[in-house]
Ligand binder design. Structure first.
Ligand code: MG
Length: 484
């Protein structure tokens, strides 16, 4: 079922944007008491791996999401480096989503840790005061149920709600009062606006446009001249704080896709093949970052004469395996005539499943985890048949017959080091075992809040004091590894 907002232009700050703070890293810290207050980096541990999320402590060293893991290790050599546990992050994300759905039928998830909510549609808020109350209560409920912090932005549009949550980070709430939007946006750098990437930013800078106010002053004609009709028009509207996009709730996620336009048409068939492989890998990284998998692989090709073709293939089951996506995309490419040249290529995955195939993740990650300095990130097919249960992935949970629940701190040279602690325990002790110790077995993650009470979300509840509220400083915020 698809819901749309009815109110197109609203005057009350009743669109809420929630962004969990350093989500994957925060889940790991909540789960592992010895890592609280420490630099934690979650991501692919192979030589070509990238950072999925860095804790705020790791960000102090300059580590940020989408950074190559090798660079992160140079900046923060003593940080804890962990393999992502997407199935666990997804289960925590579902706890948060159910709190959002209690506020409104209009919840638009953007990723595992980000969503828009139309508070007005759910009757949870109708003006600034009730919106702030709902936001304060939501943050308290999230903390009670998951033990984690999320930042909340409230505004009359999606664009501003997202800007507000970024200003609120970490662990805060910012409400943008209607009427103050343009004054607030004016001094911001143009790249604060959605759709302004590095290339557009450069183009605008060369034209002497640095801030949103300068963007507005430049005028629509000038922006259209600089950036083309569609982009110039859209950017001008945003500079004036005009954004009427509704919150759209969808049960099914749409699709994940990436594409590249080339400055010069590609004629070389081998190069076209390599580009498609690269796009397939990028698409899978984005898919995984969202904790999703999909059944239909789509290839898009725009040829030299602007004719655009799409080819797709539907698999028997959902996948997030880069090898499968690469192979399928290559097969689809074989059916397209590219003589004459190619100006755009794209790879997408649709028919998304709302779960992640954790086993595929574990197996792909195990290839990286074994010896980060020597093992290539290539995932040979033979590797996938190896029993994953004897691979001890950094950060994953285990259970020992005598010492109880713990997590893998590291492994190598036939040994595995385990720290024995649980979300509710004090920081635990480390012990080392042989990798084939029969007393040691993989375990499921324990709940972050041992007896999470389910807090009913009712607008009549009293608002809690909000020490985290702020309206001023800008704090670096996390962004998805592949953007948008
Ligand atoms: Mg976040």
């Amino acid at each position: 079922m698809v819901w749309y907002s009815i109110v197109a232009v609203r005057t009350a700050p009743t669109i809420l944007h929630l962004d969990m703070d350093a989500f994957y890293a925060s889940v790991e810290q909540a789960s592992k008491p010895s890592l609280r207050g420490k630099a934690v980096v979650v991501g692919g541990l192979g030589p070509r791996g990238v950072v999925a999320t860095a804790s705020y402590e790791a960000r102090a060293f300059g580590v940020h999401s989408a950074m190559p893991m090798a660079q992160a290790r140079r900046l923060a050599p003593n940080a804890a480096y962990l393999v992502p546990r997407f199935a666990f992050y997804r289960s925590v994300s579902e706890q948060v989503t159910s709190l959002l759905r209690a506020l409104s039928p209009l919840v638009e998830p953007l990723s595992l840790d980000e969503a828009f909510v139309d508070l007005e549609a759910g009757g949870a808020a109708w003006d600034a005061e009730s919106a702030r109350r709902a936001g304060v209560k939501l943050r308290a409920d999230i903390r009670a149920v998951t033990g984690l912090t999320g930042s909340v932005g409230l505004a009359a549009s999606k664009m501003l709600a997202k800007i507000a949550s970024e200003k609120a980070k970490p662990d805060g709430l910012v409400l943008i009062e209607p009427g103050t939007e343009r004054a607030l946006l004016g001094p911001m750098p143009v790249r604060a606006l959605p759709g302004v990437g590095p290339a557009t930013n450069d183009q605008l800078r060369r034209a002497g446009i640095h801030t949103v106010a300068e963007l507005a002053e430049a005028g629509e004609d000038e922006l259209v001249r600089l950036l083309g009709k569609a982009h110039g028009h859209a950017l001008y509207a945003m500079a004036l704080a005009r954004d009427e996009r509704p919150v759209v709730a969808e049960r099914e996620a749409k699709s994940v896709s990436v594409e590249d336009t080339y400055d010069v048409d590609i004629h070389d068939r081998v190069r076209v093949g390599l580009e498609v492989q690269r796009l397939a890998d990028r698409c899978v990284r984005r898919l995984r970052a969202a904790g999703l998998s999909g059944r239909t692989i789509v290839l898009k090709v725009r040829r030299y004469d602007f004719s655009t073709l799409t080819r797709s293939e539907t698999l028997r089951g959902p996948t997030d395996d880069p090898a499968v996506v690469r192979e399928t995309a290559a097969r689809l490419l074989a059916s397209v005539d590219t003589t004459g040249g190619v100006r755009l290529l794209g790879v997408g995955v649709s028919g998304l499943a709302d779960y992640t195939q954790e086993d595929l993740f574990a197996q792909a990650a195990s290839a990286e985890a074994g010896n980060p300095d020597e093992e290539p990130e290539q995932e040979p097919a033979a590797d996938r048949t190896a029993p994953a249960e004897r691979r001890w992935l950094a950060g994953h949970d285990v259970r020992h017959a005598e010492y109880g629940h713990g997590w893998v701190q590291g492994s190598g040279l036939g040994r595995v080091t385990v720290r024995f602690e649980t979300p509710g325990s004090p920081p635990g002790r480390v012990r080392t075992f042989f990798v084939d110790d029969p007393d040691l077995e993989p375990a499921d993650p324990l709940p972050l809040v041992p007896s999470a009470r389910h807090v009913p979300a009712g607008p009549e509840d009293t608002a809690l004091p909000e020490p985290g509220d702020r309206t001023g400083e800008r704090v670096p915020s996390e962004s998805a590894a592949e953007g948008g």
